[in-house]
Design a protein around this ligand. Structure first.
Ligand code: MEV
Length: 453
């Protein structure tokens, strides 16, 4: 359907959030000349079951429709000897196929060997202290105890699950910004991603800090010396880290597909990883390929992929230069390839407990712990990256990519099933591009015209 947009400068609307859903739809529809059609199209993506639709409406504000993404499965992932059917939510053609191919190839070796190195998360209270530094430092052990006591109402249930606040440090940042200090707290949130828990604790720490200077006669006047700027978790979680690796003999790589000379392939592969270690332009794309896999598992399981990306990219730049997140070791005839990445994932709470398909994904993965999910997501990321580098150093990325993209191109021409099948058969042995597909479709239609004449 074509949406005919009415040009208007009146897009500044107040009170939109107060309108009911139908009024919101009507307002959005009124921007188009074919308003009724536009509204019907938006409504066609609503869930048939009003109770289920209500759930989606309540995830976010101003919801008027649902935006569908494909939910796919990468079978055959063997990680630490256990096999998984991994759910992936992603729109990009060939990502699920690449993960599945990688999983299959490595499952015939010994699979992925993964380990969680650490699971600590970080949060900060940023504040300005204009008083004497020594006084703040001397007072800090007392304040720390107050903060631990004052957040018991948040920490008790987390402690029962084996988590809680691990530590609170006072960090002097006055070298960077005049009078700037931090409370840097570390947390263990077990199977929860823990954002709400961490932020609630941090806001209480900030209150306790402010209150102390406000009510204590003894520190009269110093409340004005202490100004809290903000309290928030950090998405940089270098100590919530997972490593996964694969290994096989160089000779075995011959079976990975499109590899005639495994020695030469391993050499080129190693060079590709070295390039991504030293060149930030290449590193960004290399790591993007890793996050194709990780993000799609994060989305399928109701996790916050933006948080994971932020943490991963910051980790990639931890020594001051943005680098590849994977490491390669080719020696003694062995090919060893690994990925080390911070992944703050959860398997309880938040969207994982609300979104019906996120819940299903976790059931499909046999209800993993957060640690197990970290190992699964990292392994999918490594499988995707292995597939990408393999294609790049052999036949190039476009052939496979465009083959997978063929149906998307065909769909843009509104073909019937017969025409689609003919096109798929034709392009099984021909190079796919928008132009080549258009040429084929035009010729099909010309033939059809002649036949009907
Ligand atoms: C495309 O989504 C991902 C790749 O560009 C990754 C890479 O270049 O390594 C193929």
């Amino acid at each position: 359907m074509h949406q005919i947009f009415k040009m208007s400068t009146k897009n500044i609307i107040s009170g939109f959030s107060k309108l009911n859903k139908h009024a919101k739809l009507e307002l959005v529809g009124s921007k188009f000349e074919n308003a009724e059609q536009v509204i019907e199209e938006l409504k066609s993506y609503w869930h048939d079951d009003p109770a289920k639709q209500k759930l989606f409406d309540e995830f976010s504000e101003n919801t008027i429709s649902n935006f569908y993404f494909p939910y796919g499965i990468a079978p055959s992932f063997v990680i630490n000897g256990k096999s998984y059917l991994v759910p992936m939510v992603i729109e990009e053609s060939s990502v699920v196929a690449a993960a599945s191919n990688g999983a299959k190839f490595w499952s015939n070796k010994s699979g992925f060997r993964a380990e969680v190195i650490s699971t600590t998360k970080v949060g900060q209270v940023h504040f300005i202290w204009k008083g004497e530094v020594e006084k703040l430092q001397a007072l800090f052990p007392f304040l720390r105890q107050e903060m631990l006591k004052g957040t018991k109402h948040h920490t008790e249930s987390m402690e029962k699950r084996g988590g809680g606040i691990l530590d609170i440090e006072l960090v002097d940042m006055t070298d960077e910004i005049e009078n700037y200090f931090q409370l840097k707290a570390t947390f263990e949130t077990v199977d929860a991603m823990g954002a709400n828990f961490i932020n609630s604790c941090l806001e209480d720490f900030a209150e306790i800090l402010k209150e102390h200077f406000r009510v204590n006669e003894y520190y009269d006047g110093e409340e004005r010396n202490c100004r809290v700027i903000m309290a928030i978790l950090s998405n940089y979680t270098p100590d919530c880290l997972v490593k996964t690796e694969v290994e096989c003999s160089v000779e075995c790589l011959r079976k990975a597909g499109d590899i005639d000379d495994p020695e030469d392939f391993a050499w080129k592969f190693e060079k590709a990883v070295q390039i991504a270690k030293v060149d930030p332009h290449r590193a960004a794309t290399h790591n993007k390929g890793i996050f194709n896999g990780i993000d799609s598992v994060a989305l399928a399981t109701g996790n916050d992929f933006r948080a994971i990306e932020a943490g991963g990219h910051t980790y990639a730049a931890r020594d001051g230069r943005y680098r590849s997140l994977t490491d390669i070791d080719i020696s003694g005839g062995k090919f060893k390839y690994s990925l080390t990445v911070p992944l703050a994932l959860g398997t309880v709470g938040g969207l994982t407990a609300l979104h019906p398909l996120a819940k299903f994904s976790l059931r499909l993965l046999e209800n993993p712990s957060a640690k197990e999910l970290m190992m699964i997501a990292a392994s999918v990321g490594l499988a995707n990256n292995f597939g990408a580098i393999k294609s790049l150093v052999t036949k190039g990325i476009q052939m496979g990519h465009m083959k997978m993209h063929l149906l998307n191109i065909l769909n843009s021409f509104d073909l019937n099933e017969r025409e689609k099948n003919l096109a798929v058969a034709h392009f099984a042995n021909d190079k796919v591009s928008y132009t080549s597909v258009k040429k084929f479709v035009d010729s099909l239609r010309k033939e059809a015209k002649i036949e009907n004449y």
